[in-house]
Design a binder for this molecule. Structure first.
Ligand code: SF4
Length: 259
């Protein structure tokens, strides 16, 4: 199916379902995906298993220059974004200069777009690195993926690199002491002859227990919206999404539901 890669370091602005008018920053290569997950629903397609050439990430200086150019242009047109979002072709926190890039972004935002938030969409696999955690604590929207409370389901849906530990990720998410937003994608279907469904009662009730432990400032739940690399996946019905949303509210947590 037709997945796509972002072909620039700075992309958009785009109207995001969850974040508003969002100017995107892609810290990964523009011609390939680099991620510690290989989610079956990833809009960027499958993560390459092997490479003939080393993936080249954009240097900090270039990211700063491109972001400054774009924000200056948007400032001149009085069309500033609601949010500057680190997403793109993979996992942004894999960039070795991530903390410095966040510092530059805060500096540029304060100068050119003071009302814009800074958001990072991450899969939580680099939270063992103190520099990554430090950087995430400096921004407004630290958005971390948690698609299930079961290791087995995460392995089926997110296909993490082999050293993944859900227990460690949850421990790291708890250490943010609420300065974190949890995002969860709900999906159903069949992939490689296995049933995929993180909306069952078992799944939702165990996931809610983890949400209670992590105590995030907000939970964002959504379902697939565009083409996915795996065929056989389906969108979760809006009624199901809303009913999960009600259960999140019932445990006292703010929730945003995108159907
Ligand atoms: S974590 Fe994000 S970028 Fe990585 S495979 Fe999953 S959806 Fe794609």
């Amino acid at each position: 199916m037709a997945t796509f890669l972002f072909d620039q370091i700075i992309f958009g602005p785009i109207k995001s379902r969850r974040l508003g008018v969002s100017l995107g920053v892609n810290l990964l290569p523009t011609d390939t995906k680099v991620c510690s997950f290989d989610c079956i629903y990833c809009e960027c397609g499958w993560t390459p298993r092997s490479r003939t050439q080393k993936a080249i990430l954009p240097p900090r200086t270039i990211v700063k220059q491109k972001l400054e150019e774009k924000l200056t242009e948007m400032f001149a047109k009085n069309e500033l974004p609601d949010v500057i979002t680190f997403a793109g072709n993979g996992e942004p926190t894999l960039h070795p200069e991530f903390e410095g890039i966040i510092d530059d972004t805060i500096e540029l935002r304060n100068l050119l777009a003071p009302s814009a938030k800074i958001a990072v969409l991450s899969n939580g696999t680099m939270l063992h690195k103190p520099a990554v955690v430090r950087a995430l604590l400096k921004i407004e929207d630290n958005i971390q993926k948690l698609d299930s409370a079961f290791d087995e389901t995460i392995r089926k849906i997110d296909c993490p690199a082999s050293n993944y530990s859900l227990k460690d990720v949850v421990k790291n998410l708890k250490s943010f002491k609420g300065k974190v937003i949890i995002q969860t994608l709900f999906v159903k279907g069949i992939f490689k002859d296995q049933i995929i469904d993180n909306t069952t009662e078992d799944e939702v009730s165990e996931w809610l227990k983890l949400i209670q432990e992590i105590k995030p400032s907000q939970v964002m739940i959504y379902t697939i919206d565009r083409d996915t690399p795996a065929t056989g996946l389906e969108k979760v019905k809006l009624e199901t999404m809303q009913s999960i949303g009600e259960r999140v509210k019932a445990i006292g947590c703010e929730v945003q539901v995108s159907g």
